[in-house]
Design a protein around this ligand. Structure first.
Ligand SMILES: Nc1ncnc2c1ncn2[C@@H]1O[C@H](COP(=O)(O)OP(=O)(O)OP(=O)(O)O)[C@@H](O)[C@H]1O
Length: 368
């Protein structure tokens, strides 16, 4: 990987190892920035800011991240350039007209301490989780979800204009409702199936981590009826009917109250919703199982394991959970783990880690 003028990195080339890469450093040296660079190389955007300008070093006007991904099908050079005017993404040195044709070349799963609140946090967090993860597995999902978001913004704007009498034409509202229902149905059916697949892997991991004491189920919460055999067309008609039945109410409120932007996931352990009734430990085990399950699901869906980015999470987990995490990933997932100091437990658990010391935007590889 090569970074130029990215955050606090000036000009850095680094060769990472295929196994576990440990990035050790004091606070504010560039550990999270490095994970952010890898994440951005995967998804074209940061996990912690929506403003790409934040990624550019304060002394400069542009930044670059490039890297070579070694896939089963061969080596793929990727490059991202950020300027104050926008960004460019290249695959195999060719600029991509759409960012969506770039995403999916390199998949990455990031796990940070705040992800432990996936279970107890707000529903928006769980929707964001579905969107980021499923978009990496399916370019169709990425496209449908982004079309849905654009249409939702347009429809909300139009509903507000109707509410305040700036517009009167209900025909245009019907057109927007129809298009919104079409993309909404794609998103809902895809989420249902992906969550069903994710549950298989997550339940298995949860059972192991809880030493066979707990059974985890994932329940997809959405406003329409959806099951194993429900078609996209059936969901589309349900949504369309909801929009027709509630048109006056939505105009009154000036916003769209129905659709996948209101979805949620319930995590159920031994028959009880963990969000409401689970102990902190159960909530953490659930979050960990779901995150680890994504690794296997991505492999199943794409044929390649994703990269795993662990931002200072070991210190947040007890020994049992650390052991499960580290044994689940070893020898199969290329991992990048940041820490201010590696505990003795972790040192013993990681097979042949490659250790880099991060100091003020520089990486120094420790000799084995
Ligand atoms: N655009 C930027 N240009 C220059 N420096 C930046 C930019 N954005 C952030 N920094 C600096 O990068 C430094 C490293 O930040 P980073 O978040 O990577 O720290 P860290 O090593 O993960 O530390 P911690 O252990 O405290 O989380 C910070 O001092 C921050 O001020």
């Amino acid at each position: 990987m090569h970074l130029r003028h990215f955050r606090n990195y000036d000009d850095l080339t680094v060769h990472f190892a295929p196994g576990v890469n440990v990035l050790i450093g004091h606070n504010a040296q560039g550990k999270t920035n490095m994970l952010e660079a890898i994440y951005a190389l995967s998804l074209t955007k940061s996990h912690r800011t929506n403003n790409d300008r934040d990624l550019i070093n304060w002394q400069h006007q542009s930044a670059m991240i490039s890297g070579v991904v070694e896939k089963q099908t061969g080596r793929v050079p990727l490059e991202l350039q950020f300027t104050t005017k926008g960004k460019k993404a290249k695959v195999n040195h060719l600029e991509q007209a759409r960012l969506s044709s770039y995403v999916g070349q390199l998949n990455a799963i990031l796990f940070a301490p705040e992800d432990l609140s996936l279970v107890k946090g707000a529903p928006a967090l769980r929707r964001h989780f579905m969107d980021t993860e499923f978009s990496q597995m399916s370019s169709k999902y990425l496209y449908d979800a982004s079309q849905y978001r654009t249409l939702l913004r347009q429809r909300n704007k139009y509903l507000k204009q109707l509410k305040y009498g700036q517009q009167h034409d209900r025909v245009l509202l019907s057109v927007l409702s129809d298009q919104l229902a079409a993309y909404g149905a794609e998103v809902i059916v895809a989420r249902y199936h992906f969550l069903h697949q994710l549950e298989k892997w997550a339940a298995n991991l949860h059972e192991q981590i809880s030493l066979q004491a707990e059974q985890l189920k994932l329940k997809y919460i959405t406003q329409v009826n959806v099951g194993d055999d429900t078609s996209v067309d059936q969901v589309y008609h349900q949504l369309l009917k909801i929009y027709q039945d509630h048109q006056e109410r939505e105009v009154d409120q000036g916003t769209t109250s129905y659709g996948p932007q209101r979805d949620d996931i319930h995590f159920v352990v031994n028959g009880k919703n963990v969000q409401a009734f689970g102990s902190q430990g159960q909530q953490r085990t659930t979050a960990l199982s779901v995150k680890l399950a994504e690794i296997d699901l991505m492999k199943e869906q794409t044929g390649e394991y994703p990269l795993l980015l662990l931002d200072d999470v070991l210190s947040e987990l007890d020994t049992i959970r650390q052991t499960h995490l580290l044994t689940a990933i070893q020898d199969k997932v290329q991992t990048f783990l940041t820490t201010t100091s590696l505990s003795d437990v972790a040192r013993q658990l990681i097979h042949q880690p490659t250790i880099f010391e991060i100091k003020n935007g520089n990486l120094i590889k420790e000799e084995a």
